[in-house]
Design a protein around this ligand. Sequence first.
Ligand code: SER
Length: 580
Amino acid sequence: MTSSEIRKRFLDFFAKRGHAILPSASLVPENDPSVLFNTAGMQPLVPYLMGQKHPLGARLASCQKCVRTGDLEDIGDNRHFSFFEMLGNWSLGDYFKQEAISWSYEFLTSKEEGLGLDPARLAVTLFEGDENAPFDQESKDIWMSLGIPEHRIFALPAEDNWWSPGDNGPCGPCSEMFYDMNGDFLGQEISKESFVEQVKKETFIEIWNDVFMEYEKKDGKVIGKLSQKNVDTGAGLERITAVMQGKNTAYDTDILSGVMEMVKSGSVNYGERSARIITDHLRTATFMIADGVFPSNKDRGYVLRRIIRRAAFRVGQLGLSQESYTQVISAITEKYESIYNIEKNKISEIFNQEVTKFTKTLDAGLKEFEKGVDPFLLATTYGFPIELTEELAKEKGIAIDRADFDVKMKAHQDLSRSGSEQKFKGGLANTNEATVKLHTAHHLLLAALQEVVDKNIHQRGSNITEERLRMDFSFDRKVTPEELQKVETLVNSWIEAKLPVVRREMPREEAEKLGAEMEFGAKYPDIVSVYTIQNTNDEYVSKEFCGGPHVTNTSEIGKFKIQKEEASSAGVRRIKAVIE
Ligand code: SER
């Protein structure tokens, strides 16, 4: 069965059972600032799952474009894709577990209307219960009534069988369906431990998830039931297709095998993993661009930029010419153009522009590389994918501490992620590389003003965008050009000295004793976060009460430049500065 037929069968099956078929929403969520991209079919439906009436009724189904980029490093294995299509059906306060589970089972096993999978190769999981909701006996009874033997039903904890799209919104226990890929366990009893083991080994593959969304989460905690009981199901088209075509991975199915072939035939030095990464990333970039995302240093644009750079590096590794990868992009768009709206030329054009830009940073990064290998700096400042740094280091016989890099990157990404999600919480409008650097530069600027101009200068206001920082501070005359020059030089000397930026949590009193800079008029909690920067003699250059995020070393900032000094209000001056 081809992937197109699977998609069609799914939608027809649910249409016949009273579901309105929704077209896929854009990858870019329309009214949901909490996520950068739609990561599940339910995402565009959140308001309706929360109780709003949907114009097309209470039974819906769709095939939704999704992007998940949380684990880009894993791409190239059999299972992870940064773009995929999710088949799903929903009940908005209409049917519940009985129908949802029965239809899932029927679609999976029916030869006429569904996939015709052998029921003896299925296994299912359900929620074992905790303080938020009880053991899901009802689902168990339904599965058994359909003929799934008790020893093929596994109760698992919330970690596996509770689904929610984030810290806020609808959520609930789920029941997942698994398929025995090689038919090794036909009719056999399997222990829970062995089943969990087989899932890790990918002999049992998860193919569908039925979520019974009747609860609500707030700030990460389940706070109670929703006004209605919903059903949210999701089945990855890539996985189902791999199962149906007896392949270990979707790269070998009709969805991607043609593209993989094309990458192969254009390659000078073929490598399977690189080819998979190119295939995955070009498909994701294609869909992102088709939905209006442009490469940039911010939010979605930054995700796209990273994906294109990673792809570009692999393109270089395999020795694919521009003509070859343009053909690959064409092959991808042709594959999908009957279903989704994609402008082929626009995609190649944006891709090429970005590759050209990256080639420039690539050169600057290579120069930096010659000075000394700092994979984290290369990644965050020059956009070097770690694989590239590793590759280059290997050629030179230099060892890379990958674990150290992963730890730093993880912290960096967590900061970026929490920054994007909680936009205004920390006082920073956007957390991305540019603003993080400017934020640390802001601390250095204040410290330099105190050292060069007047030690009684304190911050009165602050605003950071991607382009510049702006600081208001108490001072009752103009800061002279000579003073500004000295301030700028001092800040740059701290940057050049590569000073570590350290975050510590401590009781407010202790931070006050330390003399950490506080914002005038601000109220601080009992435990505060303090960022300190010490010079090479261990003297404090800067210490401030601050939630962050910051760079981990001043060397990451780049060249600091003051652009303007002016009056802000009586007794308050304002400086604007940039990083060049
Ligand atoms: N939202 C659930 C998932 O993504 C079911 O669609 O698995």
